[in-house]
Write a protein that binds this ligand. Structure first.
Ligand code: UFG
Length: 338
């Protein structure tokens, strides 16, 4: 069964391609490599023994998409392609909306024209904004606090309206918490450009000696040790969550939205300790001011994903740190210069 995977060379996309191949699906990648590397495709092949077909194209290019869609018989699409930098979304909102909202809209029109009505969409827990209820259930209010979050919420709205108007669509919206780690082989992993925005890649780069020390953004939150608490989920669990959601969406019409998280929160200091224990390296840090826009605590209620798609995260924090560290050591500068 062929599955179109937009953004399939990216961090979550590449791990999902591995999970798809291992589950017997045939992913076909459409990626413009704006925040991903073609080497990821060879690495997927190194892990699975299968090289996914890939196309260097933009989801917003209807001619390119038509060509791909006409030359295959796809059962469904998984849509990852988009931008995810929160900071840039604040400074360049039009770019974020163009890539994420206009890009998705154009892709949906291409899919519809090509007769594909099964879709998994890559959303984010960021749509919940500063939710008050913990753990966060899917029926918590959608109230994003930045343009990136709004762009995800807008596409979710478009998909809800589409599913309501055209009952032959089957759509799964996946709200990710904090994906971290890498495939256990160390062949694929997260390869942020420039200074990492996110905690895990930053900690890895400090441990490997690429950066001097971590800045811990605030220790005065209402959490057990005062630092921010998040629901970190191993990227291979997340990838397997996509396969579970895909199987559900292939069999049922309408739209469902589920959280993908573990239901467990960990603080920044706990992550530092776990990473130090796994890597045997020290991770020097200093406490600085809070990062604007951050919330104190965010973790998922994973019950609906369990009931609806039969998904439960299996890998623990030690595995997340071990696999992130293995990837970092094998690829100290990511995919470049290799
Ligand atoms: N943190 C630090 N130092 C750093 C980076 C992060 O202390 O250098 C802290 C943050 O303050 C937060 C925690 O580590 O408490 C996690 O921060 P991340 O940036 O790794 O993740 P966020 O939870 O802020 O962001 C993630 C995704 C976003 C998404 C957001 C909300 O990266 O795309 O979740 O769902 F918008």
């Amino acid at each position: 069964m062929k599955i179109l995977v937009t953004g399939g060379a990216g961090y979550i996309g590449s791990h999902t391609c591995v999970a798809l191949i291992q589950a017997g699906f045939t992913p076909v990648i459409a990626d413009n490599f704006s925040n991903s590397h073609p080497l990821a495709i060879s690495r997927i092949e190194a892990i699975t023994g299968t090289r996914p077909e890939s196309h260097n194209c933009d989801i917003a290019d209807p001619d390119a998409m038509r060509e791909i869609l006409q030359s295959h018989k796809f059962a469904a699409a998984i849509h990852f392609a988009g931008v995810k930098a929160v900071g840039r979304s604040v400074s360049e909102p039009l770019e974020t909306y163009r890539e994420n909202v206009a890009g998705s809209l154009s892709l949906l029109q291409s899919l519809k024209a090509g007769g594909i009505t099964r879709l998994i969409f890559s959303s984010s827990a960021t749509v919940y904004g500063g939710a008050e209820q913990m753990p966060i259930p899917e029926n918590a209010q959608v109230q994003p606090t930045n343009p990136y979050g709004h762009s995800k919420a807008m596409v979710e709205q478009i998909l809800q309206d589409l599913a309501a108007a055209e009952p032959d669509w089957g759509i799964g919206v996946l709200r990710y918490f904090n994906p971290v780690g890498a495939h256990k082989s160390g062949e694929i992993g997260e390869d942020p450009q420039g200074i990492p925005d996110n905690l895990f890649p930053y900690v890895s780069q400090v441990a490997v000696g690429r950066r001097e020390k971590l800045q811990v953004f605030g220790d005065d939150y209402e959490t057990p040790d005062g630092t921010g608490v998040r629901d970190y989920i191993h990227v291979m669990d997340l990838a397997e969550g996509h396969v579970a959601a895909l199987k559900t969406c292939l069999q049922s019409d309408g739209l469902f939205a589920v959280n993908l998280g573990t239901g467990q929160g960990s603080s920044v200091l706990e992550i530092i300790k776990a990473f130090e224990a796994t890597s045997g390296r020290s991770v020097p840090y200093e406490i600085t001011d809070r990062r604007p826009g951050d919330v104190g605590t965010s973790y998922a209620d994973p019950a609906k994903a369990r009931e609806m798609i039969g998904f439960e995260a299996k890998r623990d924090l030690t595995q997340m740190c071990r696999d992130a560290w293995n990837w970092q050591q094998r690829n100290p500068t990511g995919y470049s210069n290799q």
